[in-house]
Write a new protein. Sequence first.
Length: 439
Amino acid sequence: MQTPAAPPPRKGLSNILGNLGWILGGKGFGAVCSLAYLAVLSQSLGVRGFGHFALIFGTGQALVAIVGFQTWKTLVRFGAEAVHRQDWARFGRLVWLCGTIDAAGATLGCGIAWVIYHGFADVLELNPAFVEIAFLFSCVLLWARQTTPNGIIRVLDRFDLATYVEALVPVGRLVAALAIMATAPSVRNYLIAWAAIDLLNALIYWIASVRIAPHALRRRHFGPFSLTLREHPGVIGFFGITYVGSILDALFKQGPLLAVGHFLGTSAAGIYRLADQLAQGFGKISQLLSRAVYPEFARARLANGTAGFRKLVLQVTAMAGAAGLVVTVLALLVGADLLALVGGAEFARGGVVLIPLIVGAAFDLASATYEPILHSLGHALYPLLARALAGLALVAAVLQLAGIGAVGIGWAVAIGFAVSYLLLSLLVFVALRRASEAA
């Protein structure tokens, strides 16, 4: 019997740039829509109303992180080999395991949401009239934000398809925001619209996944989970690591907003949220770059060997650092004016908060490739350790600087991201050196 030919080496950087091109194309369009609907929300609800919306939305996102296992990363990390070999039965069993974990997490999250909103709404300074709608909104978000279909599309290199599907959210939100503003602008109506759009997006994601991976998603591949765990040694530990990493990410992304709401009140939370949204918009490239490189790094380790992988790492890391510098300069030049333009006069004083948040976003962008690099080298614990230490720095800084207002919490975020960048840089250097020595 003739041995099958080995697959050709991956064209790593060109594949990453191609993936990033698809993502940026969709996200660039989405960013314009996002700025437009943020302007509609902030100006139609006012500072306090937008603050309530922001706290409810931020709490929902935090819950998604608390009970989510980032299953898309598991599919990319452990499914890449099965896809590489076109072993669809093995890949399908992994998909069903990830989907089941997503569903279990969403169910648990709904229980936690009930406890939070019916027991601790006063801690968030949430209007009692919003308790029930906030609970229902969080439940919808938990079921809609499952990441298994996202992982299927990414591990199969269908970034073009992901771009089309994800464009539905910003477009839908903009259309809904304009319609609600023209008829009955209220926190409740915006939450209902956002929930419906997220559910529709999740449904389309699953339909797209079934269409591109029909052999993997057959029912006969459902279970036994014990076989899936044996086929992928280390997957349980990886689930645990990515889970804790997701919580730490929520600490950085949603924790400061909730801290502003707790220490400074709803109106301050509204101003902080708009500034944070703009800063995250400038720093969104970090998430996009991470999504683009994650599957390519996973496959490059299999196809290109240590030397080719190291070259790819150096190229992409340099690209991320340069992008961080460019984004920082652009954001500092136009960010404050953009905040006033989007939010109006009531939100203009948030310009001073935007500066430290942009600095933090720049550090986040510069370190965007580090987690995929460490995961592909088999060191998934390293980024978790770095983010945990950075999280401690963030909490300590918030407690020290909250007394000077929202800008103090903004600088605490910048400190946290700076600590994370420095630690991850050191760990990547150590991991690459060890990989070279072992080759």
